[in-house]
Design a protein. Structure first.
Lengths: 499, 366
């Protein structure tokens, strides 16, 4: 798709002179690091979705909240759009800059402000890396549960903005389940606290709303997260299957046995081979699929559950079942899964990662659909799933240097997402809509639902200055690109300008 | 026998509800959204034409293997929980019932969670999707029946606890969980300070605790999980076995603490874990600690400002359960900070421009 902001269908932006904005900001926030020369802007032109690149007008690198506050107030007064960026690992172009906008980079806010082992909470600045939280909590026997595969790099601010998940979220929840409180600065430069260190707060649950809001409603400036006691033990079973569908069914069987594993992941043949080549995880390269099932908790329960799961897997037709013998082997099994994306990246010049979710029972059918799409297009697809919660990550392999392949990969990706929606699922489970899936939003939601999203956005940012062109498509965009439902041949909201 | 008939009724009246909302919008008539009216006490009284949800009943879909159930808002909590129990599953947030007719829609709208809340999560943590009637009377769908979904804003969770002031909940999809294999409840005789210290110490260990309360010199604990770990923890903690009924009585405010000697106003304090006893003049017998101390019910004649100031200083807030007409506080919920209030008002103005949805239910001004 055309990644550039398109005023005709994304909405008008105010015109201004770059030099005027620079002068204004330098004067109103003199201490702020502001990059504006082209060579300085290049490192910020994309996030983890590297196929989408745009040079921002300006990059701001604040170090104090006063700077952030004044910057936002000025941008609001001047009508300059602001795109917030954390660590830039997002996979949906959420932090993709605007040619006529300021990129507000929060990565210098790296302090862990407090760890309270008795209350089991950590107070963090937004630029703190996800993994750094668990490292800091480890001496107290505690950890932070959501563990995206990008955890060595991604920031907690970005995690909140995307409602990030990880391989343990079936049991321990997503970011929204583990965040107790956030501080926000609004586009008008007001500070507000949402949530509380108590378990609830009066009024609407704006904290839940902030999670997954993709930098559209406010800038997250401080986060308090819940810490959990480290499970006494964790064991991993790896089961091989000669058929992907059997593996898919085994996932349901484990749940049906009344067990909620700490992690339940699946990889198909191509992903297994890639991971094995890359990290030597000890995966069975001849298998059509593997399941990794982690059971954690109190030693005695985990042993009981291991027995049960082993039996379930045998009955489901696993060709081989292996229990990680020790911590080192357990870490190796996980390393293969957590490095699946870069591993696939080594097999192909480029890959495009999808993030659809489906009800688990639809897994076999959707897998078949993906295989058909792969064959039809000639682009190989490797499959990696958070199988326990029905979140699939098909990785479409392509070569951007070949004429038309990026477009083809995007087309296949779009069709995979439509398969997910048709199966009763969602176009994104954890990576967010960003710029990438803006058109697919039109197939998941009806016009009235999209209008409600716009109303909600208007309550926080009436001028639409925070991250414009992301997350929620305009109805004009849906009318032009989306598969929007049209009733009786009437376009929804005919009164709407088509810019 | 009509009783059973209504219990099992599977009735979709969404169209009629939409039509009534549409009319109210056109005529700018405020609506008072009512389920079984067992939670009427929780919030300010609403003056409006009733929008009756209790006729919108039934389980729309339930697949135990998916861990998902979708239910119409007027369904009785008891009907839903019975159905889940047939498959050894449960709503892990233990919604309180304030009468046999309590509906699931009311439980979600008020957002109250039971004793398992600190360990399992709150109502909103288990809401996966909703159908909502917007101000124009259109039925919209947010979220869905999948565990993970970050497309668009999280409207479903926003509706939890909003008490119908932002829209009408007609259907709700929940994540459900297997019932624990083993359960054991016990009590230990411990003074308050020692009990709070013990809870902090236990909280740092991965123990299968799923409820912890303290009242009148006794610490009550519930252990749930695998048989092996429940047995091991039970041996380690000792104490005297008690009936699990305590947790239901506490959840539904039916314990003698709530039903006897209630000449004073009943308050719910929500405080950070490990908050020591507040410096307030309240007799110990008038306090019931739940949620390992994070939720405290108190009976007091102290004025709202004094109570709220003490809670605020500790990082929490206070809600009055006794209606103003019966001697409770004028404002049941803690007033919002001005910036937060501004965004509440703007949100309300966007989603309910004519103020037809339960106006004034949470805060008199909007
Ligand atoms: C190899 C790899 C593996 C990954 N695995 C996972 C995974 O397992 N699970 C998962 O959920 N994700 C995964 N991701 C995606 C990504 O890491 C997450 O979305 C992460 O939460 C993004 O954090 P970030 O700090 O990099 O944010 P960015 O990419 O910088 O920004 C992401 C979005 O958040 C907004 N934002 C950032 N900071 C703030 C702030 N302070 N206030 C307001 N808005 C803000 C931005 O505007 C943007 O919309 C993976 C990415 C990679 C590259």
């Amino acid at each position: 798709m055309n990644i550039l902001y398109d005023e005709r269908i994304d909405g008008e932006l105010k015109s201004f002179e770059k030099s005027d904005i620079i002068a204004d900001l330098q004067q109103s926030v003199p201490s702020l690091t502001l990059l504006h020369r082209e060579e300085d802007l290049h490192p910020f032109e994309c996030d983890g979705l590297a196929a989408y690149r745009v040079l921002p007008m300006l990059v701001a690198l604040p170090e104090t909240l006063d700077q952030v506050q004044t910057l936002l107030k000025r941008c609001h007064a001047l009508g300059v759009p602001v795109v917030t960026r954390g660590a830039g690992t997002g996979l949906s172009g959420g932090a993709l800059p605007l040619e006529r906008g300021v990129l507000l980079v929060m990565s210098r806010f790296k302090k862990i402000l407090a760890i309270d082992p008795d209350a089991r909470v950590a107070r963090l600045q937004p630029g703190v890396r996800n993994l750094a939280i668990s490292e800091a909590a480890a001496p107290y026997g505690l950890y932070y549960a959501p563990d995206p595969s990008s955890q060595i790099a991604c920031s907690i601010g970005g995690n909140v903005a995307e409602n990030a998940g990880g391989v343990h979220c079936l049991k321990y929840g997503l970011t929204v389940h583990n965040v107790m409180r956030v501080d926000i600065i609004t586009i008008e430069g007001e500070r507000m606290t949402l949530g509380s260190e108590a378990l609830d707060a009066p009024g609407f649950d704006l904290l839940a709303l902030m999670n997954g809001s993709e930098g559209m409603l406010g800038v997250v400036t401080e986060i308090t997260v819940k810490l959990l006691p480290k499970p006494e033990t964790a064991k991993v079973l790896m089961a091989s299957f000669d058929d992907v569908e059997k593996a898919g069914r085994a996932v349901g069987d484990i749940i049906a046995a009344g067990i909620i594993p700490g992690g339940l992941e699946m990889m198909d043949k191509l992903a297994i081979q890639a991971a094995e080549d890359f990290v030597k995880a000890g995966y069975p390269v001849e298998a059509e699929a593997i399941l990794l099932c982690e059971l954690d908790g109190v030693e005695a329960d985990v042993d009981d559950d291991c027995q049960t799961v082993r039996k379930v897997l045998e009955e489901a037709g696993a060709t081989n079942i292996q229990l990680a013998r020790d911590e080192a082997e357990r870490a190796r099994f996980w390393a293969g899964r957590k490095n699946a994306f870069p591993a696939v990246g080594r097999m192909s010049p480029d890959y495009y990662c999808m993030d659809g979710t489906i009800p688990r029972r639809e897994l076999p059918r959707v897998l078949k659909g993906i295989a058909a799409l792969s064959q039809e297009s000639g682009l190989p697809v490797a499959n990696v799933f958070h199988a326990g919660d029905g979140n699939m990550h098909p990785l479409i392999l392509f070569d951007a240097n070949r004429e038309g392949e990026l477009a083809l990969a995007e087309e296949v990706g779009g069709k995979i997402l439509e398969l997910c929606v048709a199966a009763g699922g969602s176009i994104t489970g954890e990576h967010g809509v960003g710029r990438e899936k803006i058109n697919q939003m039109c197939s998941q939601f009806q016009a009235d639902e999209i209008s409600l999203f716009h109303a909600l956005k208007a309550a926080f940012d009436p001028d639409g200055l925070l991250n414009p062109g992301k997350n929620i498509p305009t109805l004009a965009r849906c009318a032009e690109f989306g598969a929007m439902h049209v009733h009786n041949n009437e376009l929804p909201h005919p009164e709407l300008p088509r810019f | 026998m009509t009783e059973t008939a209504t219990l099992n009724a599977d009735q979709d009246i969404a169209d009629a509800l939409c039509a009534q909302v549409g009319r109210a919008y056109a005529e700018r008539t405020p609506l008072r959204i009512v389920g079984a009216n067992t939670r009427g006490f929780y919030g300010l009284p609403v003056d409006g034409e009733p929008l009756e949800m209790a006729g919108h009943t039934g389980i729309v879909s339930y697949d135990p293997i998916e861990l998902v159930v979708t239910v119409r808002a007027g369904t009785r909590i008891s009907d839903l929980e019975d159905r889940l129990a047939e498959n050894h599953q449960m709503l892990a947030f233990e919604p309180p019932r304030f009468g046999p007719a309590s509906t699931i829609g009311g439980a979600v709208a008020t957002g109250l969670s039971g004793p398992r809340r600190p360990w399992a999560g709150a109502v909103r943590d288990f809401v996966l999707g909703t159908r909502v009637i917007n101000q124009e009377g259109k039925l919209l769908r947010f979220g869905g029946e999948v565990m993970k979904n970050v497309a668009g804003y999280d409207m479903s969770r926003l509706m939890v606890g909003a008490q119908g002031t932002l829209g009408v909940l007609t259907d709700i999809s929940f994540k459900v969980l297997p019932q624990p294999a083993a359960s054991h409840s016990l009590k230990l005789s411990l003074p308050l300070d020692a009990a709070l210290n013990k809870l902090a110490e236990l909280g740092r260990k991965p123990l299968p605790i799923t409820a912890a309360a303290w009242h009148a010199g006794e610490l009550f604990l519930r252990l749930e999980g695998g048989k092996s770990s429940v047995n091991a923890t039970r041996e380690r903690l000792g104490g005297e076995e008690i009936s699990a009924d305590l947790w239901r009585e506490l959840r539904d405010l039916e314990h003698a603490f709530f039903t006897q000697n209630n000449d004073k106003a009943l308050w719910r304090l929500s405080l950070p874990p490990n908050t020591p006893a507040l410096p307030l003049d309240i007799a110990e017998r008038d306090i019931f600690y739940d949620w390992a101390g994070s939720q405290r019910f108190i009976k007091t004649s102290l004025d709202a400002d004094t109570l709220r100031k003490a809670c605020q200083q500790a990082g929490g807030h206070a809600t009055c359960y006794t209606p103003a007409a019966l001697g409770g506080a004028q404002a049941p919920f803690t007033p919002l900070n001005p910036v937060v209030e501004k965004y509440h008002r703007q949100l309300k103005a966007q989603l309910d421009g004519h103020g037809i949805f339960n106006p004034g239910r949470l805060y008199a001004a909007f």
